[in-house]
Design a protein around this ligand. Sequence first.
Ligand code: HEM
Ligand SMILES: *[C@@H]1O[C@H](CO)[C@@H](O)[C@H](O)[C@H]1NC(C)=O
Ligand SMILES: *[C@@H]1O[C@H](CO)[C@@H](O)[C@H](O)[C@H]1NC(C)=O
Ligand SMILES: CC(=O)N[C@H]1CO[C@H](CO)[C@@H](O)[C@@H]1O
Length: 521
Amino acid sequence: MALPTLFLHSNPSQNAILAFSFLVVVITWVACMIKKSGMATLPLPPGPLGLPIVGNLPFLEPDLHRYFAKLAKTYGPIMKLRLGTKLCIVLNSPSVVKEVLKDQDTTFANHDAVAGVEIITYGGNDIVWSPYGAQWRMLRKVCVHDFLNNTNLAAGQAFRRTEVCRTINRLYAKSGTPINVGAYITQTIFSTMTSTLWGGTLNGEEGTTTAAKFQKVLEDIVDLLGKPNISDLFPIIAPLDVQGKRRKMKKLMSFFDQIFTTILDQRIEINKAAEGGAKETKDFLDILLQLHNGSDPKIQLTMSHVKALLLDLAVGGTETTSTTTEWAMSEMLMKPETIKKAQEELDSVVGKDNILLESHLPQLPYIEGVAREALRLHPGLALLIPHVPSVPATVAGYHIPKGARVFINVWAIQRDPSFWENPNEFMPERWFSTSNGKLDIKGSDFRFFPFGSGRRSCAGLNLAERMLTIILASFFHSFEWSLPEGTKLDLEEKFGLVIKRRNPLVAIPTPRLSKPELYAA
Ligand code: HEM
Ligand SMILES: *[C@@H]1O[C@H](CO)[C@@H](O)[C@H](O)[C@H]1NC(C)=O
Ligand SMILES: *[C@@H]1O[C@H](CO)[C@@H](O)[C@H](O)[C@H]1NC(C)=O
Ligand SMILES: CC(=O)N[C@H]1CO[C@H](CO)[C@@H](O)[C@@H]1O
């Protein structure tokens, strides 16, 4: 009744204005409804309610991968959270992951940089944090095609062999005593990585101290990257660097840059002296310097690219691989019958009086099953590296805004009881079953993708797999392993960018080969 009364008591021009306004409101409202029901504004994925400003931050639990898996039980295969002002999307099932990493691969082929990352990229010249585009494509080609191709991988056996022999000799010296197994694994992988990257340049006594420091600095970088940072969650205050993350990062970087400069200067001198004489095994640095020197007209590699790539591969390849190897050994020690089976295989293929070579690996399916089981239960990067869409996207019928941080919970999927029988149990033999045996390691099936999938999948997969399997096989071929009396092994995790063991893995090596001198350096 109010409206007609209003019209009655007003003059005609006022009436016209009111009627017009009324019409505008109605049209706007109808337009809104049409838009809402149409394609333009799909809803965001469901998710737990948060508080103003801080969002869901106060409710986070420290083990993000487990916390996300728990929430997924309520909110389903795709959900949203707000961490500070940052909108985060978590994917929890193979079918939504396929939509992102396969069907819309190009849109999502960017890694979401966390605060402090810009400092370690030599001015945005590295591969991991480059957005999808021409520079990333060039760097990816250098890594995968020019460096980690089959020829170079095979040639790189020499580097791995030397380091594994060295470690085995160090372990012989410790036989019968409890050792920190993880420390030996890390040392072996670190040395293998650095010699694969820049050869023996860091050798000698001075080299050993530098290497130890280098290894520590690498660990610190991975730690820093894995810490949730306030600047990340509230980008508005990022310039203040309240946590000093950027300051710490800068310090770590200046250390790297010094080392790289030394290595590069030395190498350029050596190459000059050798007058381009062909070396037998080329390390990554040789390949990079040749490209920098214009050996491939399609590739314009600056010195910043060279340094940034060295750093990326050193950071990306060391902790991930050594952590996976340590988890594999831990799982085996928890379940001694797996050690027995692995050793039976090794003894029948390699024998007790022969040295183990990489050429044996294709004949060791049980060891391969062990490696895969470790990658399934303990994928080094439990949430991959967060992806970010370059344009607004639609996933599973929900709206994903440009700039949202997309976590992919590979850890949860690889333990999902709907795809895996006894999902939490370490069972290398599951890889011989007809259903799982077909799953490859490259992520063509989204039930198992420890290295990611698609364009942004791990660039070092082939090298990682070789390092992991040769070390595992060598450790169990050369030694029996037992736990110190009265100790009990656990599988407790410590969350970070790379999920490591909370407590060190301590075990006792006892030689088991007839001719240990085979491994004498
Ligand atoms: C067991 C060991 C390893 C695991 C589990 C692992 C896993 C991964 C994962 C999950 C990603 C990100 C995928 C994504 O964001 O979707 C990645 C990226 C990457 N990894 Fe690995 N990785 C390992 C070893 C290595 C090694 C040995 C190297 C180097 C030689 C390496 C170099 C890289 C690089 C350069 C990227 C970034 C690729 C890009 O942005 O295009 N990784 N890795
Ligand atoms: C691998 O890369 C090297 C250069 O680093 C090149 O000489 C060789 O031909 C490549 N091999 C293959 C199989 O692409
Ligand atoms: C770069 O190329 C020049 C000539 O093309 C050659 O003399 C020099 O040795 C090369 N340097 C490296 C590091 O390959
Ligand atoms: C919120 C939060 O966990 N902040 C961490 C960010 O990183 C610093 C180190 O750089 C940690 O000390 C903080 O705990």
